[in-house]
Design a protein around this ligand. Structure first.
Ligand code: NAD
Ligand code: DAU
Length: 355
């Protein structure tokens, strides 16, 4: 059994679905169900006894201790976080609490639990911290991509809080010997992506005939990875990553934001033609994000060299699947937009609290 935190969010829910497709090992899923948590993502697991959902906060030490003592997971995969850069600019407090204090609370709970294991289980145990390339700061147009030894230079409240959490994880390994691995991944995209982020926002707005807001000049670069490829990378690092190491995960897909939006408009024009001509007509330049990082790019050679991991999707195959997924899941989008996804847990899910 493994304990996953944040498994009702975008990447966490894709990871849980992938995990239960690829293995028979059960998952305890601890998630506070903030605005970003959506149990509808896991509707297909509603009657699957291998998935136990627990609504709760990673800052709740008593709950963390209880789950670890009762279920004795062999690993913790830690996704739970406040994840949206724009929200961190408007209200950084929640980011400090969940990303820093929450990671600290988990580390302390895990450290206490780990100390109770016998030597075999102790050696096999893993704490896998899921982090971001944003901790490395911003690259110039011709700089080489981020390697694992790139200095930490976080620029937003979000990335600073994630950098702090990475440092805590590193310190708990060096000081207490906790068996940790950390992955720093580039921008994910795919099913169940909350439509506050660039790709789903553009798809949903285009289909509604609303403006497609491009920050600044649209020339900021992100490096995109299909979310199920992130899930497979985490499985690979959890299984074979060296303790105390960090692994950069990325898809070798650098694109400007304008390129992304053009691609999405063109795919939509093909799959669900715009009654008014082309979705590109909706592109609107808006005020830039304060402190907007210019470019991220991940050098993913270490994870390939050591663990043989490579993404299965190209950007072209992944983005086509993603657009098609949003076209096929209008109900999911409508529930998110109306807010009714937040009632779903009460109406449809037999929440099984541990103990
Ligand atoms: P998300 O915002 O979609 O999901 C976060 C989940 O964490 C939600 O289900 C939310 O309910 C839960 N959560 C928030 N606060 C909590 C708390 N205090 N206790 C318990 N649960 C809580 O985020 P995401 O995009 O799926 O990102 C998951 C992780 O991956 C984050 O750590 C993020 O920093 C990292 N990451 C994201 C990306 C990306 O492109 N989205 C890329 C690299 C790394
Ligand atoms: O790099 C990994 C990070 O990617 C993760 O750690 C974060 O959790 C995740 O949210 C994401 O951060 P970004 O800020 O890169 O993602 P976002 O989708 O918010 O923005 C992507 C780019 O698009 C960025 O340059 C800002 C721009 N943008 C975004 C939105 C929402 C726009 O131009 N218009 C928009 O409306």
């Amino acid at each position: 059994m493994i304990l996953v935190t944040g498994g009702a969010g975008f990447i966490g829910s894709n990871f849980v679905l992938d995990w239960l497709e690829q293995t028979q090992e059960a998952v305890i899923n601890l998630d506070a169900l903030t605005y970003a948590g959506n149990l509808e993502n896991l509707a297909s697991l509603q009657h699957d006894p291998r998935h136990v959902f627990v609504r709760g906060d990673i800052c709740d030490r008593a709950l963390v201790d209880r789950l670890l003592a009762e279920h004795r997971p062999r690993a913790v995969v830690h996704f739970a976080a406040e994840s949206h850069v724009d929200r961190s600019i408007h209200g950084p407090g929640a980011f400090m609490r969940t990303n820093i204090e929450g990671t600290y609370t988990l580390l302390e709970g895990v450290r206490a639990h780990w100390a109770t294991l016998d030597s075999g289980d102790k050696a096999a145990f893993r704490f896998h911290h899921v982090s971001t390339d944003e901790v490395y700061g911003s690259l110039g147009a011709t700089d080489p991509a981020f390697t694992e030894s790139h200095p930490y230079e976080p620029n937003s409240p979000y990335s600073a809080s994630k950098a702090a959490s990475d440092h805590l994880v590193r310190a708990w390994h060096h000081t207490y010997g906790l068996p940790v691995v950390t992955t720093n991944c580039s921008n994910n995209y795919g099913p169940f992506h909350f439509p506050e982020k660039l790709i789903p926002l553009m798809i949903v707005n285009a289909l509604a005939g609303k403006p497609l807001p491009i920050y600044g000049d649209g020339q900021n670069v992100r490096d995109w990875l299909y979310v199920r490829d992130h899930a497979s990378a985490i499985r690979a690092v959890l299984a074979g990553g060296r303790l105390g190491e960090t692994y950069n995960i990325g898809g070798w897909n650098e694109k400007t934001n304008l390129e992304i939006v053009h691609t999405l408009c063109d795919l939509l024009d093909e799959l669900k033609p715009d009654p008014a001509g082309s979705y590109r007509r909706l592109i609107t330049y808006v005020k830039d994000r304060p402190g907007h990082d210019r470019r991220y790019a991940i050098d993913a050679r270490k994870v390939e060299r050591e663990l043989g991991w490579r993404p299965a999707e190209t950007f072209e195959t992944g983005v086509r699947k993603t657009v098609q997924w949003y076209l096929d899941h209008a109900d999911w989008v409508a529930h998110v937009q109306s807010g009714s996804y937040r009632d779903w847990v009460e109406q449809n899910y037999a929440e099984r609290q541990a103990g």
